[in-house]
Design a protein around this ligand. Sequence first.
Ligand SMILES: [Zn+2]
Length: 362
Amino acid sequence: MPTREVRKTAVRLSDGRQLIYFDWTARPGRDAADQRGLPPAQADCQLRYDPLLAAWAMYGARRQDRGYLPGAADCPLCPSAGGRYTEIPAGDYEVAVFENRYPALAESAGPASPPDALLPVRPSAGRCEVICFTSEHDASFAELTPDRVRLVTEALIDRTAALSALPGVAQVYCFENRGREIGVTQPHPHGQIYAYPFVTPRTAAMLRSARAYARRTGRNLFDDVVAAERTAGDRMVRAGRHWVAFVPHAARWPYELHCYPVRRVPDLASLRPAERAELADFELDLLGRFARLFAAPAPYVCGWHQAPARTGRAAFALHLELFTVRRTDDKLKYLAGSESGMDAFADDVLPEQAAARLRELG
Ligand SMILES: [Zn+2]
């Protein structure tokens, strides 16, 4: 399968943030200037370390100023048109990526505690970007064309490589939150890219498990988990030539899907053209099933788990994790005492039941 060339145009918004257009074909207006005259972007982010949990937390002082659920007439992610200026100066776009105006992570100045401090604090590093999947305000990812999904994947690959190369970046996470029940503040179809200056707790836990398993058995844990799910079969939702999708044995959410390439790779950039092509088909299919689960499309979080930029790359397996907080047409799963307080999940829906339901919707 031939590799198609993506056209990439990078510009600066009026406050200095970077914006990149990704297109399959040449489009006019990609050099349009941001007319808003925004004051220079100033990040004021810091990191604090919890020595009990061995985990960093992120603080961004400007995040309280974010817009909340604007309509199409006020949407900052729609193209600029008719004298209304948005985050996207062009009059249209295919896929656009820009630095978040209200980041949780950004290169920041500020004091750092001494290296031996019990309660460490340090200025933030890394970056938060927004990726817009389409210029159509009322669309959803599940309604994109396969061609557009491929372009989104190419943009995520480009951003993962670029952000991994920034000083201090340890891991890049690309995800979409969809639906106001999940806490989405902008309804326009978009995802986010977080370039963390640390390896996230969830990835660190997976890598600890994988290393312990390799010491004990000499084998790769991700390979064996995927093989065990395929053998069990009753949680499988879809198996293709290059990808498999299943509800994990110990799923935490009412409906949760994990999607792995058959050939283990550390990150999106390592996928071959045929794997990227089948991936677009899988993503649309799986999100379509989530859209048909309930009377209204299920709110969801859909995130790409990639190996850290510099550590654990041989052991980790790229995979997509997709879940919804909706249990029934009129009930949500809330993170209550056990989940919020103890990180211990309790569920009503057995993973095998969830898988059977998701298979029916194919
Ligand atoms: Zn919009």
